[in-house]
Design a protein around this ligand. Structure first.
Ligand code: HEM
Length: 141
């Protein structure tokens, strides 16, 4: 059980680093030239796989947390009143928004509307940063 949980945490963290690192790399290191446009396209597409991995591993980790709480005789109602659950649900909302922004961004790239794609990229990066902070917070409570 704890081996599986550790494995899931690693998948969650590596996928998170993939999304965050991908968005950040694009913002900081890539300059506005021809290859820049290809990189935007590649990053916006690749991050979608990582977003899927975060979602699956996140749900599995949440399931484990609920199971552990139920074994400790805590009711389902109490679990949903708990602050940790709210942080997780906020992360879920953020991840859905990140997925939407990177999806819209990828579409804008296909339409060759690069300024709009960049805006989507920036929004996705900001929301991912907030989700990372919330994730780290989950570990420290
Ligand atoms: C962009 C979105 C997300 C980011 C950047 C993110 C990041 C993180 C980070 C950094 C941690 C701390 C891991 C550790 O040190 O143990 C974490 C933990 C966790 N995340 Fe996420 N996460 C995201 C989305 C989600 C979603 C959508 C869910 C659930 C539906 C979720 C569920 C969890 C759970 C349950 C834990 C606690 C694991 C434990 O038991 O220690 N996360 N997340």
């Amino acid at each position: 059980m704890s081996l599986l949980k550790n494995f899931l945490i690693w998948v969650h963290l590596l996928a998170m680093a993939g999304v965050f690192g991908g968005f950040l790399y694009g913002r900081i290191f890539v300059s506005a030239d021809q290859s820049y446009q290809e990189i935007i396209q590649a990053l916006l597409k690749k991050t979608q796989y990582f977003i899927g991995l975060i979602l699956i591993s996140g749900f599995a980790l949440f399931y484990f947390q609920i199971q552990t709480a139920l074994q400790g005789k805590i009711s389902l109602g109490d679990i949903f009143k708990d602050g940790v659950t709210h942080v997780i649900l906020t992360k879920l909302a953020l991840l859905i928004a990140v997925g939407a922004f990177s999806g819209i961004g990828a579409k804008k790239v296909r339409e060759e509307n690069y300024p709009a794609a960049e805006k989507m990229w920036l929004l996705a990066l900001v929301l991912t940063s907030i989700a990372v902070l919330l994730g780290v917070m989950l570990r420290s409570i």
